[in-house]
Design a binder for this molecule. Sequence first.
Ligand code: NAD
Length: 347
Amino acid sequence: MPIKVGIIGYGTIGKRVADAVRLQKDMKLIGVTAHCYNYKIHAAHTLGIPIYEIDDGVEAENHLSKYPSESLKDNGIKPAGKFEDLLDNVDVVVDATPKNIADKYKEQFYKPKKIKAIFEGGEKHSIAECSFVAQCNYEEAVGKEFIRVVSCNTTGLCRTLHAVNQAYGIESVHATMVRRAADPWDIYHGPINAIVPVLELPSHHGPDVRTVLHGLEIFTTAMSVPTTIMHVHSIIADVKKEASVKDIVELFNDTTRIRTVKNTERVRSTAEIMEFARDIGRLRGDMPEICVWEEAIGIHKKKLFYLQAIHQESNVVPENIDAIRASMGFKDGVKSIKMTNESLGIK
Ligand code: NAD
């Protein structure tokens, strides 16, 4: 019997997880929720995805009340049912609502209905029984009711640092996150002409990494810059065992969900990484792998330096799929990662 999955919140992350669920042989997408009619719901309807109406009295998106024809029915969409009907028909939900909504849904619906839930990185660690990055701590999540897939930045840090830690041991890390201002569709956020430092030390990313890589000594700083395409991390790790640049390139090339990119292949920027993703025919032009620039890997004594790029819209998508399997008791993390990767065309 396939795992029956519902998606709550069909936005940047929700719609990608829905695509990915539809590609899994062992899962079935039962439906997604909609507050109102909009282009995303129109697209879901066109794809034949059942749509369940949700009305909790909260306006889902800015200025919706300005639009007169927001009802699904008025726009030719017959809902498959209400939010509660969706919950009654699934084994697990992926709650990809904007931050701070999931906690309410957990208490009000998921717990009483005994439904497993996967939460996203906008939520606090305490919402779930564990925070999750598949290649780092899959076993910890097996059979859990509530799992939190960490944010795109934390996922990116965990993937590469876990690999380095396993192979060479890490004394301590300092990482600076250069964060995209907004997602490409987002007309509400910025900056559009400034660099905005995070005036809080450490930034929340370091403590968040430790929810997955328990005990890792890490200190992070961050800033936002005017771009919508990817975050870049500058990472300095003090390692215990000496390594060469070639060793680290090999390590990253041999580690799942990480790929090295090269200046010599004219991949000199986040823009070119995204263009490459489109050129190789990735769904939605996504790049779920963490991309490390080969020429920007450096070693000085036992200090390792590297720069990596994170496609914020897609890198957590495979993690959500593996978290679904883990929550349902599928024990073999390596196999789950392989199944997810093959279905999504990930290295
Ligand atoms: P989004 O705004 O793109 O999508 C959220 C969706 O939820 C929208 O479709 C909206 O209509 C719907 N929604 C709003 N209020 C709702 C409610 N009360 N009930 C049900 N649905 C509601 O948000 P997103 O970027 O997909 O973020 C979702 C989660 O994923 C957050 O926790 C976020 O921190 C995390 N995340 C986002 C990114 C990213 O870069 N966008 C990356 C990693 C993790």
